[in-house]
Unconditional design. Sequence first.
Lengths: 180, 653
Amino acid sequence: MIRYFIPLALFAVVVVIFAFGIHQAPRKDLVPSPLIGKPAPSFALPSLADANTQVTSASLRGHWYLFNVWGTWCVSCHIEEPELRAIARTGVVPLIGLDWKDSREEALAYLHAKGNPYQAIAFDPGGLAAIQWGVYGAPETFIVNPQGIIVYKYIGPITPHAWVHEFLPRLPAGRAVAGS
Amino acid sequence: MIPELGQFALILAVLLAGLQAIFGIAGPALGRERWTAAVIPAVAGQFVMVATSMGCLMAAFIGSDFSVAYVAENSNSSLPLFYRIAGVWGAHSGSLLLWIFLLACWTVAVAIGTQRLPRPFAARVLGVLGTISLGFLLYTLLTSNPFLRLDPPWADGQGLNPILQDPGLAVHPPVLYTGYVGLSVAFAFAGAALLEGRLDREWARWTRPWTTTAWAFLTCGIALGSWWAYYTLGWGGFWFWDPVENASFMPWLMGTALIHSLAVTEKRGLFKSWTLLLAVLGFSLSLIGTFLVRSGVLISVHSFVASPGRGEFILTFLVIMIGAALSLYAWRAPKMQSEAGFELSARESFLLFNNILLVTACGTIFAGEMAPIISTALGLGKLSVGPPYFNPTFLVSMLPLLALVPLGMHARWKRGGLGGRGRTLLLALGAAALIGCAVAFGAFTGAGVLSPVGMTLGAWIILSSLIDPIDRLRRRIAIPRAVLGMTIAHIGLGIFVFSMTAVQAFTAEQDVALTTGMSARDGGYTFQFQGIGPDHGPNYGGMKAKMVVTRDGAPVAVMYPAKRTYWVQHMVTTHSAIVIHRGSNILVALGQDLGDGRWSFRLQVRPLVLYIWIGALIMAAGGMIAISDRRYRLEDARETQAAGALAPGGPGS
């Protein structure tokens, strides 16, 4: 009798929807940052290396850059750190760091021990700048274009796979690298 | 060494689960008795291996072995021992292992409990449980192995999420999972019946105690979770219609429908295919819940970190298990004819309505869960479905259900009618309406339309549950455990409905900004902010405020709401202060520092909220009492069967 097949048919529909769900919603984009496509929040923060100089959003205009939020207390950032140095070595895009809720001494000691992949690091011990960027966990990495617009946000440690498949295609220099 | 041992045990468990599945299903099908007999050793072996594996993970946590990735991510050397143990199931991989461990425990219990049942049937039940275990074991090993090593090991762990550092965490997941996993036993019984192509009233009698036990654990687990959310998330909410909560609530609704439908199948030999379908759907929903929560398809406040491979794996597993069960159902169910008919006013009809309404409620929640996924799949953008959808749609099916409970409890089997209880029920309704209106309009102010209705229904359910036991006591007839259990569970439901109505209608809540010395009024209480100072603990620092609560000038309580910053995770948590006064929960949560000595607070007075959880626990207790009924004790099976055949058809369970 046909009615005994109804549950199976309904289940098939549900499975199709789930399959779409998995396919359509790769998890990194599950919470699309409301900031994507919007101007990056402006900031003027003391530099980590030298409290008397500032890292400002204005000075970064006109270049593509990666804005990487990290802290020495963040274990995932330790995982990400070798990949950041590899990215820095490629020279495709400058890395700007935001040292988040950290202590200056520990951060400097950490960079001294591991090597510094960043071109500049803004120091945000109070976490106010991170709030404006909508950061809710480190590490998070933003791609910002020369117009100062946030193009992309990546949550979690950058993996070599993510670098090749998520970051490079979104960077003009990266597209050239990938194409060559 | 210990983590490797755990992993090795897990691999052996996979093999044994596979053998358990093959022997259990193929043995009876091919008529090979030695295969059928080999199921029991496979069950025992699998249990030992899974328990070893669980023990190894626990040892890694207790010994703070930060060379194990899962331990490093979820524990810390400063974490107290208690939370190092509870931390085992604090995240995805370990909670899966807990799931598997509990399934192994249930399987052993089923193996012991089905010793006197026909061998082929018992083997099939254990075989189906073996396939479930196999799926989860493979899932754990292939996508979420908790024993993976880190190279080099971390000096110290990341620590446990501070929200989880609470006694509630130690209890809530194991209890909830026991319920979840228990539904797999009902599924396995249904699967065995489908494989055998035969289902009789005996089957229902075998299945009922397992199902009711699972349901009782699920009930307790959900209640504990809700209570935990109420006091740890800090803002006085206790149910959010969050995907994770729905993932546990939908199987609960199905389980509730199932225990009622099983009553009809056992008593009257009716609803056979429907009961089977509910047993399959109950477990399917708990699998689907797992999929939704762990695949990253839905996001939730307490979701697990999802990774791409995991979703595909669970989906495949879903398709195999549920697809096979529903295909078997489509093939076998048409042959399972019901034994007799019944009148429209008979108890069977009421239980049918109960089932329809519960399944409808479950369906509306499921639709709400699916809507965001469908919307995304069709490219209509992100959609969020919340309480504005769930609350009214749930009420639409629940209100008629509640109104039918008192009638259904007293309707007679088969021929129908209320057996002369009509007048008593009407009297009870009158009394309930008086109580409902008196409380709604007298004890509180600002009652809407629904609050007297809800309170009347709650009171009516309680009063009408008492009619039968009181009658039996007056006539000095013993009350069977099954009837007693049903009565108690329904009283629990009445208490739940009554208090839920009060909470929904009469909660007084406001957010205020106060400076030291200032007062605010809420729900008839006066709250005076008397100061704020630092607050320190072993792994956190924070602020603690002092709030003096009075009512009509008389002191009620001094409360200390706090905010804590956990050093390791850099996470701020709100520790609201809660006191119970005259049946109301008074909650004060400390908010933000607004500058100039002003702090924000949330003041909340929730009347009767405690009784929501108490009502749920009473429901669960009722279930446990009902299954202690004589007829489920297999030693007495023969006698009871004989006695049951002779006994007049009284209003039993």
